[in-house]
Ligand binder design. Structure first.
Ligand SMILES: [Mg+2]
Length: 382
């Protein structure tokens, strides 16, 4: 079998899909995207395509080695995301060739279903209590919310109180039995993160996410001294080499690699195994589309330390199109009592509606990250 063609589709709300075709009629799908940089990743995938045409799609490890190491310069969001989407498509092809879900080719299922969580509120959290109640009524047993709006290096106690009040409102609305993940979104500096984690402790968060930016991960040790809440990070970290120092330092409880950014399905399986050896859980990041989610679920199904999965159904970014819109059978992602069943179809286990993808690609998107500023005009983290 040989790779014949790569085709990219930029589709709303902010995604980029890749179709890899082979000379034997089997094709596979991937989602190579960096949110806000779809055209840049498009260019990177197109460049990598020069090497891929005519190659055997079954040799996934070898192709990864060439794309990752063969370029001399490596890593980072753009190159790693381009490889990730290509790698997902190759696994989809392999699974379809052997008529098996990908997890069957990676050791087999070690669970029957995967717990999922739902986002509540948007980037600027308001009315979160009601939103939380609604998602619990929808069957979710775990939720995630943003902790706060922009915070300066040293900020006011009023802003801290407002953040705590919102989280208290959610805890009161849903009771003790529901997991609440609190995403600091890397928008908090070390000084205020210490304050926030301490104040949050009585509300028993399921985890605190990206308490600081990943480039400031050395601060996690100090922050962790102020709380017993599990600390999570990793959505902006790439490949085994990106995660190894964090794991070796023993300062996180959960890592959140993104299968469309970290290097793909097998690379993230390796990261998950590294994490397992350090007694660290994984909760793959996925505010993306259906192909990325399918890739995550394939990994979760064969990874014993995957404890929960992010998913984007109804998320605030999904304006115009949502998670299920590009699938022929959206029932594969049916959530029941806060879980999704193992995908059983071959490859990624989803059937992409190519006609809809082509129609949506004609519309495209120009999604960009918002730019936030502090009251004094300085740039704030979003
Ligand atoms: Mg996050």
């Amino acid at each position: 079998m040989k790779i014949k063609k790569l085709e990219l589709f930029k589709v709303p709300p902010r995604w980029l899909f890749l179709k890899v075709e082979t000379d034997e009629g089997i094709s596979g799908w991937g989602e190579p995207i960096v949110e806000g940089k779809a055209d840049t990743v498009h260019a990177a995938v197109t460049e990598m395509g020069d090497y891929l045409i005519g190659k055997d799609p079954m040799r996934i490890e070898d192709i990864f080695q060439v794309l990752y190491r063969g370029g001399f310069y490596r890593g980072g969001p753009i190159l790693s995301s381009a490889i990730s989407g290509i790698e997902q498509a190759l696994w989809d092809i392999k699974g379809k060739f052997y008529n098996a879900p990908i997890y069957d080719l990676l050791g087999g299922a070690c669970r029957d279903k995967t717990r999922v969580y739902s986002w509540i509120g948007g980037d600027r959290p308001v009315d979160v209590g009601l939103a939380a109640k609604l998602q619990v009524e929808n069957g979710f047993t775990a939720l995630k919310m943003n902790a706060t709006e922009e915070l300066h290096y040293i900020d006011s106690i009023e802003k801290v109180d407002a953040a705590i009040a919102r989280i208290a409102a959610v805890r009161e609305a849903v009771g003790k039995g529901i997991g609440i993940g609190i995403d600091f979104h890397g928008r908090v500096h070390k000084s205020m993160a210490k304050v926030l984690v301490k104040e949050l402790e009585p509300y028993k968060p399921m985890f605190i996410e990206e308490p600081v930016l990943p480039e400031n991960n050395e601060a996690l040790k100090e922050i962790a001294r102020h709380t017993s809440c599990p600390i999570a990070t990793g959505e902006r970290m790439y490949t085994r080499w990106g995660f190894k120092e964090l794991l070796a330092q023993g300062i996180v409880d959960i890592i959140q690699p993104d299968l469309s950014h970290a290097g793909g399905i097998l690379e993230t399986r390796k990261i998950a195994a590294m994490a397992e050896a350090y007694d660290v859980a994984i909760a793959p990041h996925c505010p993306l589309g259906p192909i990325a989610l399918a890739a995550c679920l394939q990994l979760d199904t064969c990874s014993p330390n995957a404890f929960i999965q992010e998913q984007s159904l109804g998320i605030h970014y999904n304006k115009g199109s949502d998670l299920l819109d590009y699938l022929k059978d959206p029932g594969v992602f049916e959530y029941k009592d806060g879980f999704v069943n193992n995908l059983t179809g071959p490859g990624l286990g989803i059937d992409v509606d190519e006609e809809k993808v082509r129609a949506a690609a004609a519309i495209g998107h120009q999604w960009r990250n918002p730019v936030w500023r502090q009251e004094d005009g300085t740039v704030a983290e979003w």
